[in-house]
Design a protein. Structure first.
Length: 542
């Protein structure tokens, strides 16, 4: 059935469309369009506010025939300045929280595949590097992860060195995972009515449901104009029941996320599993527009809720109105991690191939502190981790929150250093005092300290090791180190290439191709293709 609306004024309707993020068309085209009946199910590109103004009370959302991108891009990204260069004489210690998020990589892939360069603030080098699997040494001690380093000649600056810090968490197969209490919190508001949003969310949840075991419990909550418990806690053995609820999800209404998050925590607390996995998986485009929408208020609420032992993972979807800042920061505050799902293969990667690392935490509040040796290192800079930096005194303070590592996770960090006696980025100080050092003091570039807590413990454990002075040519480094450097260079180039020196797109692509094996899921091969797209788009921009 269709209803027509009486057009009182072209200017009124024009203003309504403008408020919804739609361009004002010519009077001729607008008159032609408004003379036509308006269907009960409004198109996906019409905003929630317009739906309420022009749709009858019996409005029911229908799936959009195809994903549509608003001509007005309202996506939100946190602004992060690139890490500064530090003189070891002035500041010898660098401290940061580890990060296992990967959303920046897949979100950037979405832009490139759409034929657009991503916004500079969408680029986070650490999430690019940590997107990939590396074959770092497996843990062989009492610690739940291994820490290894490798130092190579930098391809970015003459006589500089790159120190790779590689962390490899112990792996668990699905059978080894403790029982899981999972709450699927699904945004079904009108803004999710596009092919790359709710339909992709449903595909993601179907993949995850197929991995569930009888001892696992699933609760499903939806939210739009209001929040609704659509599936009481249900055993993973009842897959048909869970899938029927997922398959029936439809989009329509405004987005009231804050109350829904509160309900999700309440439901998770009801079936809390001691010594188990207790996690909320929030699937949304992050476009909260009803209720508490203030970024800091939402982040503070989630940070407070994590004390209950329930973590929050965010799964981001969609284009045009995507709020990446909210998604990434909510996951950080909720002791979870953030992924951006741009296609079905990414959904499988996140919730099927990496299920154990997605759900099972092996170490919490993991912090890295690197002390550089002034006898051998003159300057340094950390690649990425801009929004993960900590104060020096935070390292020993177990009350300060930091990132968690899931089973099987890799974490990679890169420092570029200038050895003593070489020209760096900074001007030499006229009055810097020369220090007398022994041969023993000159044997190390740095000392890496790492603090972590075992799950649900309050006191941290310290793990330390030295980085020996000396380096090898980049060509002699292992494939994982060389590929990580190629990815870091890719991120730096997308941000303007400030620190890439003479290394341009051709050299980045060549290094990635040379270090692309092993590549079980063709992710490194795909990276090479994306770098080629970025090169082409950068050339057009120039």
């Amino acid at each position: 059935m269709q209803h027509s609306i009486k057009i009182l004024s072209l200017s009124v309707l024009s203003a309504m469309l403008m408020a919804c993020g739609n361009p004002i068309k010519s009077q001729h085209h607008l008159a032609a369009e408004v003379a036509m009946p308006v269907p009960l199910a409004m198109p996906s590109h019409v905003g929630d506010s317009a739906r309420k103004m022009i749709a009858p009370a019996s409005y029911i959302a229908m799936p959009a025939p195809e994903a549509q991108v608003s001509p007005y891009n309202t996506e939100k990204y946190q602004k992060n300045e690139v890490n500064a260069v530090f003189s070891v004489a002035d500041q010898a210690v660098s401290t940061f929280s580890i990060d296992v998020d990967t959303g920046s990589y897949s979100n950037t892939r979405r832009y490139l595949n759409d034929g657009r360069l991503p916004p500079v603030d969408a680029i986070r080098a650490e999430e690019m590097m940590n997107y990939f699997d590396y074959h770092y040494p497996q843990p062989n001690s009492i610690h739940p992860f291994s820490v290894s380093t490798e130092t190579v000649d930098s391809p970015w600056k003459e006589r500089a060195k790159l120190i790779t810090i590689a962390i490899q968490a112990k792996d668990l197969n699905t059978k080894q995972l403790p029982p899981a209490n999972l709450v699927f919190l699904v945004d079904v508001s009108g803004s999710m009515n596009a092919d790359d949003k709710l339909p992709l969310v449903k595909q993601t949840l179907r993949v995850l449901t197929e991995q569930l075991r009888a001892q696992d419990k699933v609760t499903i909550i939806t939210y739009a104009n209001g929040e609704k418990l659509v599936l009481e806690p249900t055993s993973g053995a009842q897959k048909d029941k869970i899938l029927s609820v997922i398959n029936a999800l439809q989009a329509g209404g405004a987005t009231a996320g804050e109350q829904a998050i509160q309900l999700a925590y309440k439901q998770a607390e009801k079936v809390f599993m001691k010594n188990g996995i207790n996690r909320i998986l929030l699937a949304t485009d992050g476009d909260f527009n009803v209720g508490i929408t203030d970024f800091n208020t939402l982040k503070g609420m989630v940070a407070e809720k994590r004390k209950s032992g329930i973590s929050l993972t965010t799964l981001g979807y969609g284009t045009g109105n995507y709020n990446e800042q909210l998604m990434e920061q909510l996951a950080d505050a909720g002791d979870g991690h953030y992924s951006y799902i741009d296609n079905k293969n990414e959904a499988k990667k996140v919730v099927q191939r990496q299920l154990s690392s997605t759900l099972a935490t092996v170490a919490q509040d993991v912090k890295i502190q690197v002390e550089f040796n002034p006898a051998t290192v003159k300057e340094y800079r950390l690649v990425g981790y801009e929004n993960r930096m900590l104060k020096q005194e935070d390292f020993n303070n177990d009350k300060v929150d930091a990132g968690d590592i899931g089973a099987g996770h890799n974490v990679t960090a890169l420092y570029e250093i200038i050895p003593v006696g070489q020209q760096g980025w900074l001007n030499d100080s006229r009055y810097q005092a020369a220090t007398k050092t022994t041969a023993a003091q000159k044997s190390e570039y740095a000392y890496v300290n790492l603090r972590y807590k075992l799950p649900n413990q309050e006191n941290s454990i310290l793990l330390s090791q030295a980085v020996q002075a000396g380096s090898k040519p980049l060509a002699q480094a292992n494939n994982d180190t060389r590929f990580a450097i190629a990815v870091a260079a890719y991120a730096q180039q997308l941000k303007g290439g400030q620190y890439n020196g003479a290394m341009g797109w051709d050299q980045i692509i060549q290094l990635a191709q040379q270090s692309a094996k092993p590549d079980a899921y063709q992710l490194r091969e795909e990276f090479v293709d994306l770098a080629k797209i970025a090169k082409s788009l950068s050339a057009k921009k120039d």
